[in-house]
Design a binder for this molecule. Structure first.
Ligand code: HEM
Length: 416
């Protein structure tokens, strides 16, 4: 067991508490269960991670729908060394509050609707088939870099309007920027993130300039049109929205596809069931979202003293909503630690709740459903090559560094 940092808890001290331990990284759910059983709304004072830890489902809903809890850029003290990063994040809708949030959400929602996503379904299907074809001669496959990342980055790059050849640099940029919004960020991460933010900013400034001169059938061009027609979107907000969509558009969906595959490989009975009954894919993806939620945590700040569960959260205090814990609350889900791909209903909060509910949920679902189903139909003898895959050192996201497997591709003869 890793040594514990000094802390005060309003839950019993017998709960070993360290967000940095390797056990927590490997499997955060036992700690979530202990915290929730002690109190689903717990005040925890740790040097870096002080705040209210929310691990209960009803309590999370109460907070996420209460507009007195504000979204705020999760940067510690301001510093010139990461001011550019702060400015960009400040303009992202995910960190905005009314009335700016409502205005931006409506604008982006107009151009990024379910109908728009549906138009891309054939492209997603073709891309998955092409990527799987390329796995033919590989001795082993890394689901993250051979399937999930190329798929999600190609799709979001196409939708937003980023040239295909540029997408690889986005992987690096995204990983750097994702760390800056994680609870574990430190000064180095923020300073590096600031460098990345400047590069991303330059990149999009140039791309927006090109699209202004020569509009195309993509989201950047549609947003520019909205900006020019209605003056409803500032230049800075347009830039921040493009960056947010590219980052949010692939990072969490890579994790959904990889985590889904891992969950299946760890539950051979469920893998067999899904292979035999492909239409189960819809409930299966909802269950993977619940069971190994790609976004594990989101945060809010109380704008006044607010009572939740007989506890008073004071003005200015930080609230961490542990989505991964909430999605395993036994008061809401029967046998929550069990993976059941037929679970229905499944009211998980993997995409958040309330006014900031994920704008990309339809896209993420369509990509994951197609990727997992086509992979299972084309491959047999699917096996993990290691017993304990490596997770990235993040608390807010459940993100595999690599998911290496072996599998045999079925040819048409096998299928007949
Ligand atoms: C499995 C994949 C995904 C997961 C688990 C996920 C999760 C979430 C969550 C939990 C939130 C709410 C954050 C909060 O309340 O503080 C959110 C917001 C958001 N997501 Fe996603 N997301 C995914 C995929 C996507 C995709 C594919 C896109 C875009 C292409 C996207 C774009 C957004 C945007 C723009 C917001 C901000 C909405 C707002 O502030 O009103 N997400 N996402």
């Amino acid at each position: 067991m890793t040594r514990h940092t000094n802390y005060t808890l309003d839950v019993p001290k017998t709960i070993p508490f360290s967000l940095n331990s390797s056990e927590f990284l490997k499997n955060p759910y036992p700690l979530y269960d202990k915290l929730r059983s002690a109190n689903p709304v717990s005040k925890i004072t740790l040097l870096k991670y002080s705040g209210w830890y929310i691990t209960g489902y009803d309590e999370a809903i109460a907070i996420l729908k209460d507009t007195r809890f504000k979204n705020r850029i999760p940067l510690p003290q301001a510093s010139k060394k990461y001011n550019d990063l702060k400015k960009i994040q400040n303009d992202m809708m995910v960190f905005k509050n009314p009335p700016d949030h409502k205005r931006l959400r409506k604008l982006v929602g107009n151009v990024f609707s379910t109908q728009v996503v549906e138009q891309y379904r054939p492209y997603i299907e073709e891309t998955v088939i092409e990527l799987i074809d390329r796995l033919q001669d590989k001795k082993s496959i890394d689901i993250v870099s051979d399937l999930a990342f190329p798929l999600t980055s190609l799709v979001i790059a196409k939708i937003v309007g980023v040239p295909e050849e540029d997408r690889n640099q986005f992987r690096e940029w995204t990983v750097s920027l994702i760390h800056t919004i994680d609870i574990k960020r430190d000064r180095n991460i923020l300073v590096n993130g600031n460098d990345t933010a400047l590069k991303v900013l330059d990149y999009f400034k140039e791309l927006i300039k090109k699209r202004k001169q020569n509009p195309k059938d993509d989201l950047i061009s549609m947003l520019i049109k909205e900006e020019e027609q209605g003056e409803k979107l500032t230049d800075e907000e347009l830039l921040a929205t493009c960056i947010l969509l590219i980052i949010a558009g692939h990072e969490t969906t890579v994790n959904l596809i990889s985590n889904s595959m891992l969950s299946l490989l760890n539950h051979p009975d469920q893998l067999k069931k899904l292979k035999e009954t492909p239409p189960l894919i819809k409930t299966a993806i909802e269950e993977f979202l619940r069971y190994e939620s790609p976004t594990q945590m989101t945060a809010r700040v109380a704008s006044e003293d607010i009572e939740i569960n007989n506890k008073t959260i004071r003005e200015g205090e930080q609230v961490y909503i542990f989505i991964g814990a909430v999605n395993r609350d036994p008061k809401k889900f029967t046998n929550p630690n069990q993976l059941d791909i037929s679970r229905n209903p499944n009211p998980h909060l993997a995409f958040g709740y309330g006014s900031h509910f994920c704008l990309g949920s339809t896209l993420a679902r369509v990509e994951a459903q197609i990727a997992i189903n086509v992979f299972l139909q084309r491959m047999t003898n699917i096996q993990l090559t290691v017993s304990t895959p490596k997770w990235r050192v993040l608390t807010g996201f459940r993100s595999l560094q690599e998911l290496r497997i072996t599998a045999t591709m079925m040819n048409e003869m096998d299928e007949n």
